[in-house]
Design a protein around this ligand. Structure first.
Ligand SMILES: [Zn+2]
Length: 247
């Protein structure tokens, strides 16, 4: 219709009508594009909300599945440090505590359940990470996945840690016991401090383990844990969720 009127106007050299009809066409196209954009934006908002609503339980699941082992791994460093001080004679004591002995026995244990957030991986794979409007959250999510990778590599790298139980079995002896409270098998270690101080290979291995464990926490576990908390905080903020205690 418009095209026919336009053609007739051109033929008649009616430039005023040509201008008006052209403007109508341009304006129509413009409105059409705007409606399209508006619909796409509305779709993105709905997708963003559904993504955040799936992400929150993902985060809680990762936190819950790793909480107990994470706390145990973090607690080991203090006992490992004080055990090393006692063994090397920096702290004047002639006995190791049970916790210090346990820290020596488990100082090569690095494994922990480090999980990716499935909803984030899915969003990244579909190339739609930009639907998240909060730039801080977008960055935090990308960084979280990077820290999972770094931590996984560090966990699998046992090259700097020594299994003290196997190095000299006479120095740290373990007995398996069932912990009814935790509902799991545990090992009860027994340490021979005087003999440890005489064994230079063992002393070297202890020093190496303390160094390696410190790096494992500093470069792997703690940054991953902090990033998980930061992601949780930003998602809580976006969804207006408050927890009774801080996540
Ligand atoms: Zn939360």
């Amino acid at each position: 219709m418009i095209l026919r009127r336009l053609t007739t106007a051109v033929r008649k050299q009616d430039w005023f009508t040509v201008a008006v009809e052209t403007l109508i066409v341009v304006f129509g196209v413009f409105i059409g594009l705007q409606v399209n954009n508006w619909n796409a934006a509305r779709g993105d908002r709905a997708d963003e909300l559904s993504f955040l609503e799936r992400l929150h339980p993902d985060i809680v699941r990762v936190e819950d599945s790793s909480a107990r082992v994470r706390d145990r791994r973090i607690a080991v460093i203090d006992d490992l440090r004080s055990a090393t001080e006692v063994i090397f004679g920096v702290a004047a004591r002639d006995q190791l505590t049970q916790a210090e002995c346990m820290a020596l026995a488990t100082s090569h244990y690095y494994n922990i359940n480090v999980l990716s957030l499935p909803s984030v991986v899915e969003l990244e794979n579909s190339g739609r990470i930009s639907i998240i409007r909060d730039a801080a959250l977008r960055t935090a999510l990308v960084e979280y996945e990077q820290r999972v990778d770094t931590f996984t590599i560090r966990q699998n790298d046992q090259s700097l840690s020594n299994n003290l139980l196997m190095l000299n079995p006479q120095l740290v002896k373990v007995t398996p016991v069932f912990d009814a409270e935790l509902g799991e098998m545990q090992t009860l270690p027994e340490c021979d401090l005087a003999a440890m101080r005489e064994d230079q290979a063992f002393l070297n291995a202890v020093a190496e383990n303390l160094d390696a464990y410190d790096a494992y926490l500093r470069d792997g576990l703690l940054p991953w844990d902090a990033q998980l908390k930061e992601v949780h905080r930003l998602v809580d903020r976006a969804l207006g969720i408050t927890h009774e205690s801080a996540p």
